[in-house]
Design a protein around this ligand. Sequence first.
Ligand SMILES: *Cc1c(COP(=O)(O)O)cnc(C)c1O
Length: 432
Amino acid sequence: MVNTTIKTTKSQEVFAAAQNLMPGGVSSPVRAFKSVGGQPIVFDRVKGAYIWDVDGNQYIDYVGTWGPAICGHAHPEVIAALHEALEKGTSFGAPSTLENVLAEMVIDAVPSIEMVRFVNSGTEACMGVLRLMRAFTKRDKIIKFEGCYHGHADTFLVKAGSGVATLGLPDSPGVPKAATSTTLTAPYNDLESVKALFEENRDEIAGVILEPVVGNAGFIAPDAGFLEGLRELTHEYGALLVFDEVMTGFRIAYGGAQEKFGVTPDLTTLGKVIGGGLPVGAYGGRRDIMSMVAPAGPVYQAGTLSGNPLAMTAGIKTLELLQKPGTYDYLERITKKLADGLLQIAKETGHAACGGQISAMFGLFFTSGPVHNYEDAKKSDTAKFGRFHRGMLERGVYLAPSQFEAGFTSFAHTEEDIDQTLTVARDVMSSL
Ligand SMILES: *Cc1c(COP(=O)(O)O)cnc(C)c1O
């Protein structure tokens, strides 16, 4: 029997107070639960596959702080390494050996990366890569895909995924037209549209940036040949190919989606997992391109806290843990069990649904599908997703509070956690 009555008095108190202190009561929009309705729960602590709220309720977590927690929250080895690093200080603002260590690990792991620059978030990584793409090619236009999210820089806030999709905002006020006039968009998985854009904008397109597996419009996998096709088109038109692997890096495989699919872009952005729960982003790629970044070259980009010893330490320890043999086999196995189980239950309880999973990333849409792009994803029954989300929450399972976000597992999730989640899902879907 699963518990369906949770007490959330304290969460409500804290969140009510937060509304007067911070816009929407949060530090990042999707956390406010606007698209699923109801109040967010306020966290007290996290450990392994679980979170506890301020009222003392425990949940199985499939958000993993939006991706970083692939080893499980507060992994004892990461915490121990951080304790040790903390004694030596929190920020140097100067070179440290730790940066070399993490840089070498990233270069060894990610096929496209020959040199890397550390920053503090995925947004910063994408901003850095954007300037670099334009500087290297001496072209201003870029192609992005509908529903893909590359952080909140002006140029990328066109048909963007994640919170922008969740809240149904077309673009954001405050973004000048000039900032997005160079942003061309195409539907995901549509090579013909990309080719047409290249034809219409000959010698003007710096490059194509994409999530090689989409997580910010819900989970959408690339069709066979799509990534390969982009690699060919970018070569043909003298443009760069950029994989935004902020979400997929070290999650889809140790070497990211580029390792998984065997397609090597020119540049790559990273974040989330490589910070092990601390604020880190990175961009890297071909040595000839990266050599243009200051102070090696003229393309300016800097950061007071970039490469700080705490963030580097959490990243290094997290990658070390991921190198243990069998990690990705385990992640694949439990995540497949979860994603297949959810689909099967939806079918048995009479709900139109589709979804899937690659390694430790999964999704479920309440539409019969198939979902190849953001237009398809938008056919989902978001009201039903909201009820599903609330039902799962009340029974102790924490899912991303939006139909348009992927779910994440960690190697701290056990078979029993997955079984428990599926039992709860059956209960909830039967009552939708
Ligand atoms: C999360 C994310 C970003 C932005 O990273 P932040 O650290 O939130 O700034 C960029 N691109 C992708 C693909 C992401 O998933």
